[in-house]
Design a protein around this ligand. Structure first.
Ligand code: NAG
Ligand code: NAG
Ligand code: NAG
Ligand code: NAG
Length: 306
């Protein structure tokens, strides 16, 4: 009886530092609506990867993504597949064409582009582009960049009800009377979807949820699928930081990695000897050690008591 109370008390004492240690873990993780914001993204500056700084903003539980071409709503962040799904109100879909050059398109700052790019299976469909557009340089030659991406393209998109009754020629694919009303391209082919620069009235964007093959354009997923990535060595640095209970971030200069260990910042991880204080951040390995030590101690008390 006494022994078991002692052991419970002991376990409670042992748990105290653990709670303390884990209170600091993931200081950079946050939530916006039902989306989890975790490394390499962050809402606070200093957290996450510098390539994604000043990128995400949580406004009334709606996560917004901001780049030089404008703001987009984030519908999903897939950390396993390393992708973001974005949407904006001026993106045409199967029901509605939004014309008048009101859409954002997609232009990312050059310094961010190593970390952020529309997915290779995302199709951009540029609508109502002028004959002078750089897209059609060489017209009427056969070197138009327009093509299908992941089985999606304008030929099928013309089948959407958004096109009916608009006076657009659905024979665009013939290229006889002028450039097509719609030209579908992968992002890689044009590197920036700037409607003004391309001389286009509007755009749509769709992505495929591989390996699902959908039949018609009314079943495509409309939105912009963006892949994100960080350098391999940075990734292992952050894994080591997080494994020791830290949160991965960066220094104000934006160049040096920082592992935030609650009461102190480390340039390596929270297990490093650089620690001036407290066990609170030594993370998993000391945690296991404490647990093991506690277990053995209780075992000994229990065995002695028999
Ligand atoms: C998040 O909430 C939105 C509605 O606000 C819903 O459409 C979506 O499916 C939810 N996502 C998850 C992963 O629960
Ligand atoms: C650790 O670094 C972050 C980001 O640069 C900073 O905001 C924070 O104040 C630093 N914490 C300490 C204890 O120095
Ligand atoms: C798009 O192109 C126009 C015209 O070339 C330019 O003024 C504008 O800054 C560009 N927008 C972005 C986001 O790069
Ligand atoms: C795109 O796919 C459609 C059918 O899905 C086909 O008719 C069309 O020729 C293709 N276009 C190009 C440019 O390959």
């Amino acid at each position: 009886m006494l022994i078991s109370s002692v052991s419970i008390l002991f376990q409670a004492l042992l748990l105290l530092p653990l709670v303390h240690a884990y209170g600091h873990a993931n200081a950079c993780r946050s939530y916006c609506g039902n989306l989890t914001i975790d490394h390499p993204f962050a809402l606070q500056s200093g957290c996450g990867h510098p390539g994604f700084r000043d990128l995400l903003f949580c406004i009334n539980d709606v996560l917004m993504f901001h780049i030089s071409s404008g703001s987009y709503r984030v519908l999903d962040i897939d950390y396993a597949y390393q992708s973001l799904t974005l949407h904006e109100p001026h993106l045409s879909n199967c029901d509605t064409l939004v014309l008048g050059n009101r859409g954002n398109g997609f232009v990312v700052e050059p310094w961010r582009s190593p970390y952020l790019n529309p997915a290779a299976d995302n199709v951009f469909m540029l609508i109502g582009c002028s004959a002078e557009s750089s897209l059609f340089q060489g017209f009427p030659g056969k070197h138009l960049p327009c093509r299908n991406v992941s089985g999606m393209g304008c030929e099928d998109y013309y089948g959407c009800q958004a096109w009916t009754g608009l006076g657009f020629s659905r024979l665009g694919s013939g290229y006889r009377s002028g450039p097509p009303e719609c030209c579908s391209v992968p992002f890689e082919a044009i590197k920036a979807v700037n409607l003004t620069k391309l001389g286009c009235q509007g755009y749509s964007s769709a992505y495929s949820l591989a390996p699902l093959r959908v039949t018609g354009p009314d079943e495509w997923s409309y939105g912009i699928r963006v892949k994100f990535s960080v350098e391999v060595n940075r990734e292992s640095y952050c894994k080591a930081c997080e494994a020791t209970g830290g949160s991965c971030g960066y220094d104000i200069d934006g160049l040096t990695g920082l592992c935030m260990c609650g009461s102190w910042n480390s340039t390596s991880n929270c297990d490093s000897a650089q620690s001036s204080s407290s066990y609170s951040c030594r993370g998993t390995s000391s945690l296991l050690y404490t647990l093991a030590a506690g277990f053995f101690f209780c075992m000994m008390v229990w065995m002695k008591s028999r």
